[in-house]
Design a binder for this molecule. Structure first.
Ligand SMILES: NC(=O)c1ccc[n+]([C@@H]2O[C@H](COP(=O)([O-])OP(=O)(O)OC[C@H]3O[C@@H](n4cnc5c(N)ncnc54)[C@H](OP(=O)(O)O)[C@@H]3O)[C@@H](O)[C@H]2O)c1
Length: 307
């Protein structure tokens, strides 16, 4: 029996990357997973894979409900939804609750980034990054908190990044959204004292093999190193089980301690931090990740035809 056994988890960004790995880990820990993302087929595939990997003992079969919902496997539901439509998120919560019942744990994992020199961002770029990475997380939490507080139990996990600790040049909107997520979580945790609702923020470093960094085809700075999606998923499970407030995910405890010490030092000496990032190649690699706007627009237009 784990802390996740029998819990219902709403997991955003479950269709691929780190989210797909978190979905599997949650399921293996005995949780019912309600995965949300825009790509219905990929979400369904994640649920199918989880189902074929074998249900934990005592798992029951789910039933679908709601116009956007499709049940693919026992205890894994997928709901195709565009989180950038913040005014629609109350309908999403209604659909989730009709599908799987009250949500015990919310994992705000969905995220996007747009590499640009800041002056080259469009208003739509800024709205997209802040909308998915920050506003959707806040709005889903705002909608779910009353029921969690009333039931005297709940956990919110926010997937930030080490970009929340030290800004990433040419990815500044992303850094702003993640720093916002981190500091909002920090404030909310203090508000929630005495409610039995917990909040954890996860700050992974560069993630290899799958996910947004791997998709750019440009490797992490060699000196920064990288971690696997499975390591991030394990950190999420541990944060829930041990009610951790803030976790910097690096390859091991020593690397994570060094990272935290560096972030603290850079609070005192920000230009030393800038010089370190230049020395290890952060701005140079991010500049290489800038895609022509037309390429990104083609991708987002394809996605926006989905619900
Ligand atoms: N990869 C890294 O190196 C790294 C490092 C630190 C932190 N993180 C954070 O970890 C989280 C997961 O990242 P990842 O690397 O797994 O990224 P990813 O592979 O690009 O996956 C992003 C997920 O978010 C979903 N998503 C994006 N826009 C959405 C929208 N408008 N509505 C609904 N869902 C949306 C995507 O699904 P659809 O496209 O199907 O909608 C996908 O499931 C993010 O918050 C990211 O910032 C990643």
């Amino acid at each position: 029996m784990t802390a996740l056994d029998g819990k219902t988890v709403l997991l955003t960004g479950a269709s691929r990357g780190i989210g797909a790995v978190i979905a599997r880990s949650l399921f293996q820990s005995g949780a019912t997973v309600v995965g949300v993302a825009r790509d219905r087929a990929k979400l369904a595939h994640v649920c199918q894979e989880i189902g074929s990997s074998g249900a934990p003992s005592g798992a029951s079969s789910g039933t679908s409900s709601g116009p956007m919902a499709s049940t693919v496997a026992a205890k894994c539901y997928s709901i195709a939804w565009d989180l950038s439509r913040s005014e629609s998120l109350s309908d999403l919560i209604q659909t989730v609750e009709q599908t799987a019942g009250p949500v015990d744990i919310l994992i705000n994992n969905a995220g996007i980034e747009r590499y640009r020199a800041f002056q080259d961002y469009t208003l739509q770029d800024l709205q997209a990054v802040i909308g998915v990475n920050l506003l959707a997380a806040m709005e889903l939490s705002r909608l779910l908190l009353p029921s969690m507080v009333q039931r005297g139990s709940g956990h919110i996990v926010n997937m930030a990044s080490t970009a929340a600790k030290k800004g990433h040049p040419f990815d500044s909107a992303y850094s702003a959204s993640k720093a916002g997520l981190l500091m909002w979580s920090d404030a909310l945790r203090q508000e929630l004292v005495g409610t039995e609702v917990e909040i954890s923020t996860i700050c992974p470093g560069y993630v290899d093999s799958s996910g947004m960094m791997a998709d750019t085809g440009i490797p992490a700075p060699q000196l920064a190193g990288s971690i696997s999606p499975a390591r991030v998923a394990a950190a999420v499970i541990k944060a829930i089980e041990q009610n951790q407030a803030e976790v910097v995910v690096s390859k091991d405890v020593i690397a994570s301690t060094i990272s935290k010490l560096l972030f603290a030092t850079w609070q005192f000496f920000p230009r030393f931090g800038d010089a370190t990032y230049r020395a290890i190649g952060v701005p140079q690699l991010n500049q290489q990740r800038i895609k022509p706007a037309a390429v990104e627009l083609a991708g987002s237009t394809r996605m926006s035809s989905r619900p």
